[in-house]
Every structure is written in C-alpha cells, then in structure tokens.
Design a protein around this ligand. Structure first.
Ligand SMILES: Cc1cc2nc3c(=O)[nH]c(=O)nc-3n(C[C@H](O)[C@H](O)[C@H](O)COP(=O)(O)OP(=O)(O)OC[C@H]3O[C@@H](n4cnc5c(N)ncnc54)[C@H](O)[C@@H]3O)c2cc1C
Length: 381
C-alpha cells in the first residue's frame, strides 16, 4: 500500500511542497486552518533562488508572467540621500534567473492551479499531534481526526506541529512592527525596490505590475501594542512626515485601503527540522524576519529539496533527516543575517544611525553582490 503523506498548512510552503511531491508520484492531503483559500496579502519579492526552485518544478514562467522584474535595490536616508545601490540584474541573471516581485494573491493562485482542490481541506485548524502506533494521529479543533504515515508541517511561525516536535523553539519578537499595503494606482514608477531609513523607522517601496505599488513601514514598538493595531495610513503619514514626498503621496493614496499589520518575529535557530516521521518546512521550521526578503524563498527551496530527498531515499524517515541536514546551515544563515540587518535598519540613536549610514556608504557594491551570489547559488538537486 502507498504511504500516506499529510501537509498541515496551505501557505506558500505547503502548496509548493504538494506540487513538488505530486511530481514525484505522491499525492498528499492538505489541511488548512483558514475557512477558505482567498486571495490575500500584499506584495512579495521572489529572489533568483526561489525562481530557480520554481523552475525545477516547471512552473516559473506562469508565475513570472504575473509579476515583474526588478533591476536592483537602493537604501536612502529620510532626507533622500543615497546610501547604497545594488544592481541585481547582473548577479541574478548569471545564476539563471531574475529577481522579481508579485502580488501574494497571484502567487497563491498560480500554485493552487497545479493542485487538486479536493485534496485541500479548509477550515481545519490542527489542535494536536499524537503518536498512533507507527503512524501519526492528527486531531483538529472541530473534533475530527486523521491518521497519516508521514507529516509535513507547513503551518507557519506559530506551528502547532513544531510545538510538539520542538517545544523550546518559540517565536521571538524582533522589536519592530510592520504595516503593508498595495496601492492600486501608485505614484511611483520606479524600476527597483527602495528602502528609506530614518529616525521614524523604515519605509519600503516596491513597484508591482499594472501601476500597483506595494509599500511597507516598520517602526520600533512594544509587541502587540493596541495603538499600532489601530494605526491608519493617516497616522503613518504623521509618523513618516519628515520622509521624501513620495512616502506622503503613497500613504495618502492608501487612506481607506486595508493595511496588513503584524509584529515582526523570527524563530531561534535550531539543530533539527525532523522528528521521526514528522518534518518541518518553511516558517514552521525557520521563520525569519523579512529584511532579506527570503522567508518564502527558503520555503520554496525547502519544498523542492524535500521532494528530491523523498525521491532519492526508499525510507521517508531517512529522506526527512537528509532534508534537515541539507537545509540547516543555509536557513540558519538567512535567519541570523536577516535579524542582524533588521536590528541595524531599526537603529534610532543618532550615533548608531550615523554609523550605519557610513557603513552603507563605504561598503563596496562588490560586498553586497558577493552576499547575494551566495544566496542565489543553491543546489536544488
Ligand atoms: C512584512 C513581511 C514581508 C515579507 N516579505 C517577504 C518577501 O518579500 N519575500 C519572501 O521570500 N518572504 C517574505 N516574507 C516571509 C514570508 O511571508 C513567509 O516566509 C512565508 O509566507 C512562509 O510561508 P509558509 O507557508 O511557511 O507559512 P505561512 O505563510 O505562515 O503559511 C502557513 C499556513 O498554515 C496555516 N496554518 C497555521 N496554523 C495552522 C493549523 N494549526 N492548522 C492548519 N493550518 C494552519 C495558515 O493559515 C497558513 O495558510 C515576508 C514576511 C513578512 C511578515
């Protein structure tokens, strides 16, 4: 009898893993907490490493068609002075693909189009995971149960599965909170991402397709602050009032639009993403702060590499262990580097800000490029 695989979580990690497994002749069942799979979210950057992983699955072209390429990124001060600029085209093209951005909803839709919806059960929040002989018993909040041979946990940073596999690994607040929004008819016609760093916090501008502009704003704040939760675009306009004019214009254009808000957190790094016949992938395993724009990219890499290891090994338990071994150092590097970058970007003390700005200015572009090359060169076999 064929072994049964179950995926918990229908986010980017879960859906991509399901596509990758199907291509290896395995048809997993997915349980998703949300009552329905609605197109949600703001923009998301997919770096060249993620596009390469999507290319392994043969689905990159249709995803690329829904997003747009970016030529680079720059960091500026609140006075609009350039701190650093990196042209990413040369680096990413040499690794086989370009960097690009897409609306999250379009990415989800593209992934879903490769899956059999009857295998995705929505409105199924997992409550507990228990051993069941040599199998695993999944108990859902609605009282229903499901038994599976192998479990892939793709249930995000607050993973219920991880709580039973790695109970000591819990999310840690990064010290800053973030709003995101997509403006349908954005004023900026830039060809690249820009991040503006200043005493009020960070403001990022990312051009999407068809005139849409995705922006994000991060400020230092206590966690779960009700004032932050109730923040409006006008309120952010006041906070970022000393920033360049395009920030004010974007925030004004966002009044009345839904803002996506959340405290930024990551997971402490661990030494294992596997326990027996359970494996953790994506944010459930190695949630990272968004400063490198790599969380979803690593989740997509996970999916492709997990499927490759499952195809390589007769024993899925061995495949899970091989996957974990392969993924640990790279994902830990991303989590640590991203945390450090975020801490620096959120500095507010004038002396520290001056130091950071000087570091940005004097760091040769070749150093940024070298770091990106390491990120973009990944073995997906
Ligand atoms: C502000 C911000 C900007 C970002 N920008 C980028 C970017 O530009 N590029 C990039 O690569 N990454 C970015 N990321 C990171 C990226 O969003 C995540 O890494 C990615 O979404 C992780 O995907 P996932 O599927 O592992 O987890 P999630 O996206 O969290 O998906 C988990 C899924 O599991 C479901 N679930 C949760 N609990 C249960 C349960 N108990 N039972 C059943 N289902 C459950 C959830 O409903 C959800 O559908 C950003 C993150 C933030 C916060």
């Amino acid at each position: 009898m064929q072994q049964q695989y179950t995926i918990i979580g229908g986010g980017i990690a879960g859906l991509t893993a399901a596509i990758a497994l199907r291509q290896k002749g395995i048809d997993p069942v997915i349980f998703e907490a949300a009552p329905e799979l609605k197109p949600v979210g703001a923009g998301i950057g997919l770096a060249a490493n993620a596009i390469q992983a999507l290319a392994v699955l043969g689905i990159e072209k249709e995803i690329i068609a829904k997003g747009r390429f970016l030529e680079g990124f720059s960091f500026r001060t609140e006075k609009d002075a350039l701190l650093a600029h990196t042209d990413t085209t040369a680096i990413s093209r040499s690794s086989g693909q370009d960097n690009f951005v897409i609306h999250r909803a379009d990415l989800h839709e593209a992934l879903l189009s490769h899956l059999d919806r009857s295998r995705i059960h929505t409105g199924k929040p997992l409550a507990a995971v228990k051993p069941h002989g040599r199998s695993i018993l999944l108990q859902f909040r609605d009282g229903s149960e499901h038994v599976t041979d192998y479990l892939i946990a793709a249930d995000g940073i607050n993973s219920v599965v991880r709580q039973s596999v790695l109970p000591g690994v819990t999310p840690q607040y990064a010290g800053y909170t973030c709003w995101r929004c997509v403006v349908p008819d954005g004023p900026a016609a830039a060809e690249e991402v820009e991040e503006i760093l200043g005493p009020a916090g960070r403001f990022g501008i990312v051009p999407l397709t068809n005139g849409k502009v995705y922006w994000f704003a991060c400020i230092n704040a206590p966690s779960r602050d009700p004032e932050m939760k109730n923040m409006t675009a006008a309120g952010l306009g006041r906070i970022f009032s000393g920033y360049p004019e395009r920030v004010r214009v974007l925030l004004q254009a966002s009044e009345g639009l839904p803002l996506i808000w959340g405290d930024i957190a990551d997971l402490p790094t661990t030494h294992e993403y596997v326990q027996g016949n359970i494996v953790l992938i994506g944010d459930a395993a190695h949630a990272t702060t968004p400063n490198m724009g790599q969380g979803a990219c690593q989740a997509i890499e996970d999916a492709v590499i997990l499927a490759a290891e499952i195809a390589r090994h007769k024993d899925p338990g061995m495949a899970f262990r091989a996957f974990s071994k392969r993924r640990l150092s790279r994902t830990r590097m991303v989590v640590r580097r991203s945390r450090m970058m975020g801490n620096m970007a959120q500095w507010r003390h004038p002396v520290l800000m001056a130091l950071r700005n000087t570091l940005f200015r004097i760091t040769p572009a070749a150093v940024f490029k070298r770091q990106l090359k390491t990120l973009y060169n990944v073995d997906l076999s």
